[in-house]
Design a protein around this ligand. Structure first.
Ligand SMILES: Nc1nc2c(c(=O)[nH]1)N[C@H]1C(S)=C(S)[C@@H](COP(=O)(O)O)O[C@H]1N2
Ligand SMILES: [Mo]
Length: 312
């Protein structure tokens, strides 16, 4: 399956024109006053410049851009791996805003640009391990989720973070079928959300995130199965009770809230001890899955006294 429309205006416009245009838009915005700035749709001219390398990247060989963008799980566009790359270009990602509410000092609605400005953009190379038993190594571009959460000042009642994906069946053709309870909902415990490894990704391979990978903004939690990494986020709520996620509703005995990568706890229908690396060919031997996807040292403390067979 071919990758239909990866090119964004920011990539096809020569850099100086693009920068001038950006300055121009900014000057209009200033002319209109500060409030206009936040409501203007900057997403199209957004560039991912000044990306810094992160110490938290892994050194593994990256999966190709083609594989990362044509082998996807994104049920809003269908359940086949090639459906997202085929149908996700229909999604309008501009304008876009993310609302943040619940147990925070003040509710906020932020544009992608405003979110990006909360912290420096980092390249984070992470292995994405899908619960289905395959993995990829992806160079994400994003900011730590904790930068955004600190910005909204969570109150003491914030125990969990609930993420909600866009609900727009007119553009997300898979939402016309009730394969999951739409909109897609996921969640993290507060300490997991605040962990430095947890990021909001807005790009990959140095470019603006392709729609099939969750544009304009998606979560990435590298020690958890891929389904925790909510795509096309429109709402982030800080809540007191553990949110019931779409996957828990779909199959409570198969998909738990925690979803930590764990080679010792099998899925009821298949093993989690090994994984197939996408891009290595069908005959390449499966590799051993690592506890917490290789981050036991960094994240193990959060689950110290928990029975991981029970809290899977
Ligand atoms: N909104 C939404 N987010 C989603 C999914 C989905 O179906 N809908 N699938 C998840 C699953 S199962 C995986 S493995 C990853 C895949 O991310 P990628 O396609 O960018 O590799 O996205 C996750 N995020
Ligand atoms: Mo997955």
């Amino acid at each position: 399956m071919s990758f239909k429309n990866p090119i964004r205006p920011s990539e096809i416009t020569p850099e100086h024109i693009y920068n001038d245009r950006r300055k121009f838009l900014k000057s209009i915005a200033i002319g209109l006053g500060a409030t206009a700035l936040s409501s203007m749709a900057f997403a199209k001219v957004r560039s991912l410049d000044n990306i810094v390398d992160s110490d938290l990247s892994i050194g593994d060989k990256k999966t190709s851009f083609k594989d990362i963008t044509t082998y996807n799980n994104y049920y809003e566009f269908g359940t086949k791996k090639t459906d997202p790359s085929e149908y996700a270009d229909k999604l309008t990602t501009d304008p876009w805003s993310v609302s943040i509410d619940g147990a925070v000092k003040k509710n906020k609605v932020l544009s992608i640009d405003e979110i990006i400005k909360l912290s420096s953009l980092e390249e984070r190379i992470y292995r994405l391990r899908c619960v289905e038993g395959w993995s990829m190594v992806i160079p994400w571009v994003g900011i730590p989720l904790r930068s955004l959460l600190k910005h909204v000042s969570p109150t003491n009642n914030a125990k969990f973070v609930k993420f909600t994906t866009l609900n727009r069946p007119s553009e997300m053709i898979g939402q016309r079928y009730k394969v999951l309870d739409w909109p897609y909902v996921e969640g993290l415990r507060m300490d997991e959300a605040m962990h430095p490894l947890t990021i909001l990704a807005v790009g990959l391979y140095g470019k603006v995130l392709p729609n099939q990978n969750g544009a304009p903004i998606r979560l990435v939690v590298p020690w958890k199965y891929g389904f925790k990494s909510t795509k096309a986020i429109t709402k982030i709520s800080l809540v007191e009770k553990m949110p019931e996620t779409s996957w828990m509703k779909a199959g409570p005995s198969e998909y738990g809230f925690y979803a930590n990568v764990n080679p010792k706890v099998d899925h009821p229908r298949w093993t989690q001890a090994t994984e197939r690396e996408i891009g290595k060919g069908l005959f390449a031997p499966r590799v051993k899955t690592k506890m917490f996807n290789g981050y036991e040292k960094e994240v193990g403390y959060m689950y110290k006294n928990m029975d991981l067979k029970k809290y899977f």
